[in-house]
Design a protein around this ligand. Structure first.
Ligand code: BT5
Length: 322
């Protein structure tokens, strides 16, 4: 992974720790001018880095921000899928940024992260509230699969998120299709978008929004309820590595290879649900039984069984929690 220069300055200051580094040493190490170093230091301060300017020593890092920014997330990523990471403190939507990069030819494994979003998007035209204190990340993928095979990609990605959260001590469940929930409240959502031509997929962008700190909604959960000292960047890196792992299995073996694990976490099993199509029209009511190997939700009303390939479900009794 080639970190941007700004990230390289942050890295060098982190490694130097209390000793600090002179502007000259930084310029030499990174092969840039001292003016450029000063510019990157200013940019890092704007991102929330506390950097002291010490006479004769140079720059010393006092503290790094707890935020979903490339400087903090990238060094923690372990999966070989990741080839590049971009992003800033704020953007409208990391999915929109990743789509732009994908259209411009960015390779699979390119990441976009942000500390907050001003236009975070959910599925079906809904909004994703994206204040500071969350993970907002989108990945460019180029699956070697037919477009029709990508239907359950979001389920695979949400399973990757849930697995990673379990590793952090969060009791993560899955609400079909793409929601990660805990204690009956939504913790994370996944938005998959793609461009396909005939029978090839040009690109696919998978975005994940995840609450690490509270967002102040009654129907939302956050990671810190179970992991009070979790840092945003650590959670982001764990979740992104989890997504990479699940995506690889999905690309190789399809959803069938992940279905059993998904089913084990399905919080809807045995619950009365209302099924709606993408336009919001009710297309069925019944008990959610399971998710089949193609990723469809199986709902039965006692007489007929329907398999729902795409759409949305809500609990029949909205007072009841998942
Ligand atoms: C989703 O949509 O759950 C997908 C959310 C994906 C967001 C990520 S952030 C990075 C990337 N960039 C983007 O612009 N988007 C992706 P959906 O299933 O439609 O759920 C949306 C619904 O979740 C809303 O209508 C609210 O009811 C609820 N919601 C909104 N913000 C929330 C939050 N922060 N926490 C919990 N629930 C929330």
């Amino acid at each position: 992974m080639l970190p941007a220069r700004r990230a390289a300055v942050a890295r060098a200051l982190t490694v130097a720790a209390g000793d600090g580094l002179s502007g000259e040493a930084l310029a030499r190490e990174l092969g840039i001018s001292r003016v450029a170093v000063a510019k990157h230091i200013d940019a890092l301060r704007e991102l929330g880095y506390a950097i002291e300017s010490v006479p004769r020593t140079g720059y010393r890092l006092v503290s790094a921000p707890d935020a979903c920014i490339p400087e903090e997330v990238c060094p923690l990523l372990a999966d070989p899928l990741w080839v590049g990471c971009e992003g800033d403190l704020e953007t409208a939507s990391t999915n929109d940024d990743a789509k732009r990069l994908a259209r411009a030819g960015a390779p699979a494994g390119t990441l976009v992260v942000a500390a907050r979003q001003t236009g975070g998007r959910g599925r079906l035209g809904r909004t994703w509230e994206s204040p500071a204190g969350g993970v907002y990340a989108s990945v460019v993928l180029r699956p070697a699969l037919a477009p029709a095979a990508l239907g359950p990609a979001g389920l695979a990605v949400s399973l990757g998120v849930a697995r990673a959260l379990e590793g952090l001590g969060v009791p993560a469940g899955l609400k079909w299709p793409n929601d990660v929930v805990a204690d009956g409240r939504k913790l994370a959502g996944v938005l998959v978008e793609m461009a396909a031509e005939a029978d090839t997929v040009e690109w696919m962008v998978a975005g994940c929004g995840l609450n690490v700190a509270s967002v102040g909604r009654d129907d939302a959960a956050c990671v810190r309820e179970w992991a009070p000292s979790a840092r945003v960047a650590e959670v982001a890196a764990a979740v992104l590595d989890g997504i990479a792992d699940a995506y690889r299995a999905f690309e190789l073996g399809g959803f069938a290879s992940l279905a059993e694990e998904y089913r084990q976490r399905l919080v809807l099993a045995g619950r009365e649900v209302v099924v709606r199509d993408a336009g919001g029209a009710v297309i069925g009511r019944g008990v959610a039984e399971t998710v089949d190997d193609r990723g469809a939700l199986v709902v039965t009303d006692g007489q007929t069984t329907m398999t729902v390939v795409a759409g949305d479900v809500t609990l029949r009794d909205p007072q009841k929690r998942l």
